[in-house]
Each structure stands twice: as C-alpha cells, then as structure tokens.
Write a protein that binds this ligand. Structure first.
Ligand code: ZN
Length: 272
C-alpha cells in the first residue's frame, strides 16, 4: 500500500496565512498540526486538494511561524495557483465564521457544532448559523467598441475596473445590476448575459459576473462610491485589476473578442 499523503494546513494568525518562504509559497504539509509545532484555537477539515486532506486552522495570536515559513496576507498570494488560492479563501472564510459566530446572536448562548459539517447551532434556542456569504454582481458594460471602467476611492492608485455591488435583501440579481449601475454612474443597461462567478474571500463575497449593453443616459458618478468613470477603448485601457480576479478575466475576454479570438466571441460579442 502506498503511503497516504500528508494533509495541507491552512493556518491563519489573525488575517495572515502561514506559507513557505519564497515565491512558490505553498502551505505546510504535516501529518498533524503538532508536528508543525503549533496548536489551534479552532480546526476544521475543509476539503481535498491533489488528494490531500485540507484543514482550516485559527492559530493563537502569539503563534510563531515554524522555520522556513512566514505569515502572509492572502491578497498577496495570487501567485500560488488558482486551486490553492481558492482553498485558502475557503479556509479563511470558515475560520472567520468561527471567530464571529461563537455566541448566538439571539440570546448570547455559546454555540456548538451544528447538524451539518458547516453549521453551528445554539443549544438553547436551536438557531443554526451557516458561514456567511455575500453575493455581489460585477458587470462589464459595453457601448459598441468601448467598455465602462471606474475607480473606487479604495483602489490602488491608477487602477480602474468594471462596476460591482452587493445584492440587497429582496432583490433579484437583475435588479441589483440595474440599481447599482444607475446609482454609481447614472446610466441604464440592458441585454444582460451571464459571464461566470468567483468566490472572493475579502471577507466573504461571491462575485457573479455579467456582461451588459449600454442602454441610455449620461455618465454621472456618485462621489460617495466612485471617484472617476469613463468609456475606454481596448487600445487605451488604464491600469487593470490583478489577473486572478474575475474583473480582469471579463476585461481580457472583451479585449480578445475585439482582436478576433474566436474562442471568446460567443461570450462577449454584441447582439446582431
Ligand atoms: Zn440562541
């Protein structure tokens, strides 16, 4: 019998993930957390990666990185590869859920593990708590050969992206798109087409991507949310979001569609 591969440990100290030093910063593997010289405040199995079991761990605040490892911000770890990044995002959200759902919001009783793997329950009133997810729409608006890009006050200097906003209670995704775009930049859109989705663990978004066509109105930005917005052609794009983001993928497919890459035309091509 072949030896079982050692599990992977997605261990967080506050917001930072324990990774190997260097550019190819994977997470440590070990048969147990104790083998890494660490103890857990919270530990939960969260899935499989390359045939290895994966564990999410919340470390105590005074935990020290074992030799050859370092704590790093997840945002800076896009280079680790998509599968590892997604699992790290899942682990981060589950650790954060544990930290923020230790007590029942209704009566303050300490919660216990719930009826399923990813649930906590109040033993007093029975209320069940699942990890929190915040659905958000992200929309590439096109007007002929141009696309609408905007920057929020919190973006890195010079960076522009497509528009995004959270779904509110009672709202359909289509309504969110119309409301957000109207509120943020004052234009109307139509002909929505689904693009794809991406979990975004900062802190718990699920980005749901659409392409839409401009349908009327003049650009007028809401200064509370948007610093600047404009129509851009593929030959004059500003600085864009990082490659791992769905926003970047949407913009790149738009650009590729314009350059005649047939693979992308189906998603992005304007209606006949
Ligand atoms: Zn309760």
């Amino acid at each position: 019998m072949s030896a079982t591969k050692a599990p992977l440990w997605f261990a967080f100290r506050e917001e930072r993930l324990l990774v190997h030093r260097g550019e190819q910063a994977g997470v440590p593997e070990a048969s147990s957390l104790e083998d890494l010289g660490l103890g857990a405040v919270f530990e939960q199995e969260v899935g499989f990666l390359d045939g290895r079991r994966c564990f999410a761990v919340d470390l105590p605040l005074d935990a020290e990185a074992p030799e050859g490892t370092v704590f790093r911000e997840l945002r800076g770890l896009w280079g680790v590869g998509e599968a590892l990044f997604l699992m790290a995002g899942r682990a981060k959200q589950i650790v954060e859920w544990h930290r923020t759902h230790r007590f029942c919001g209704r009566d303050g009783t300490e919660t216990v593990p719930g009826p399923t793997e990813l649930a906590k329950q109040c033993p007093r009133c029975g209320l069940v708590f699942y990890p929190r997810l915040s659905p958000a729409v992200i929309v590439l608006v096109r007007r002929g050969d141009e696309l609408l890009l905007a920057r929020s006050p919190g973006f890195p200097p010079g960076m522009y992206s497509v528009l995004a906003g959270f779904v509110e209670p009672g709202e359909s995704i289509e309504e969110t798109i119309e409301r957000e775009i109207c509120e943020e930049v004052g234009v109307e859109v139509g002909n929505l087409r689904y693009f794809g989705s991406q979990p975004w663990p900062f802190p718990n978004s699920l980005m749901i991507g659409f392409v839409a066509d401009y349908a009327g109105g003049e650009l007028k930005v809401d200064p509370a949310e948007i610093e600047d917005a404009g129509w851009y052609s593929v030959d004059g794009l500003p600085e864009l979001p990082p490659k791992v983001s769905i926003a970047r993928r949407m913009i790149e497919e738009f650009v590729a569609g314009h350059r005649g890459d047939p693979k992308t035309l189906k998603t992005i091509k304007a209606p006949e």
